[in-house]
Design a protein around this ligand. Structure first.
Ligand SMILES: C[S@@+](CC[C@H](N)C(=O)[O-])C[C@H]1O[C@@H](n2cnc3c(N)ncnc32)[C@H](O)[C@@H]1O
Length: 246
């Protein structure tokens, strides 16, 4: 089984993190780009087939995806699940996890993965059945982070959160606009899972009830909530700030 990834960021990230998954690469003929040549050199070095095509053929292969002159056919990765968490968490001194409770917009998932990578999140956890899938749009928006941050799909999110609390001593912090405690007054420096809610309804009741703490981002204006990927960025980088200041 294979799938396609598009664009320089996605191909470079896969080349750096899981080159064994690259089957073949299609590149735009005549494209003279300083960023592309080192990447092509590395592909040649690893013996990965690179074929050159004109723009019309590349656009056809990309089927409406923006490809920036580079497409890779890759082996589908094994899906990660709750059983992979122990390995990811072992030897992590101060793990930071991001939990997305039912985000369905691929752009939001891609943006959250990108921010998670930048903030040093060790895995993103989502419920198996109620989330956007790791599509090429998600990969493109994630700018390579879909290849670097493990995405764990769990059958029962509340149970996974309880396991994180009891087995790994992880403090589970949920986010909700109406929470009285703000992120800026909370101490978020220890092992932590940050939980974000879905675009429309926020966190589900059981998820919310499982959290150790609920926090909000203070809102000064007329709108009642932020876009979830924006809220994720605000929260993750406040956590990063606190950890660096510690
Ligand atoms: C668009 S909001 C959902 C709004 C939903 N009506 C609710 O009551 O939560 C999506 C998610 O972004 C996060 N979020 C957005 N604004 C927030 C805020 N001011 N404080 C904390 N989290 C926020 C939360 O995780 C929320 O579940």
């Amino acid at each position: 089984m294979s799938e396609y990834i598009y664009g320089i960021h996605a191909v470079r990230a896969l080349l750096m993190n899981a080159p064994e998954r690259l089957v073949e690469v299609y590149a735009l003929k005549g494209r003279d780009d300083k960023r592309l040549q080192p990447l092509l050199n590395e592909l040649y070095r690893l013996g990965i087939s690179v074929q050159f095509f004109n723009r019309q053929t590349m656009d056809k292969k990309a089927q409406d995806e923006a490809h920036q002159g580079l497409i890779a056919r890759i082996k589908v990765a094994r899906e990660l699940n709750e059983n992979d968490l122990a390995k990811i968490l072992q030897d992590r001194e101060n793990p930071l996890l991001l939990v997305l409770d039912g985000i369905t917009d691929p752009h939001n998932l891609g943006a959250c993965l990108r921010t998670a990578d930048a903030a040093g999140v060790c895995a993103v956890i989502v419920p198996k059945d109620k989330s956007a899938q790791l599509t090429s749009t998600v990969r493109k928006v994630a700018c390579g982070a879909a290849e670097t941050v493990p995405l764990i799909k769990v059958t029962n999110l509340a149970r996974t959160l309880r396991d994180l609390q009891s087995q790994f001593n992880i403090w589970v912090v949920g986010t909700a606009g109406e929470a009285t405690e703000t992120i800026y007054k909370s101490r978020l420096t220890g092992p932590l899972a940050l939980v974000m809610g879905a675009e429309g309804d926020g966190m589900r009741r059981l998820t919310r009830e499982t959290c150790d703490q609920l926090i909000s981002i203070p809102m000064a204006g007329a709108v009642s909530s932020l876009n979830v990927s924006v809220a994720t960025g605000v929260c993750l980088f406040e956590i990063v700030r606190q950890r660096l200041a510690n």
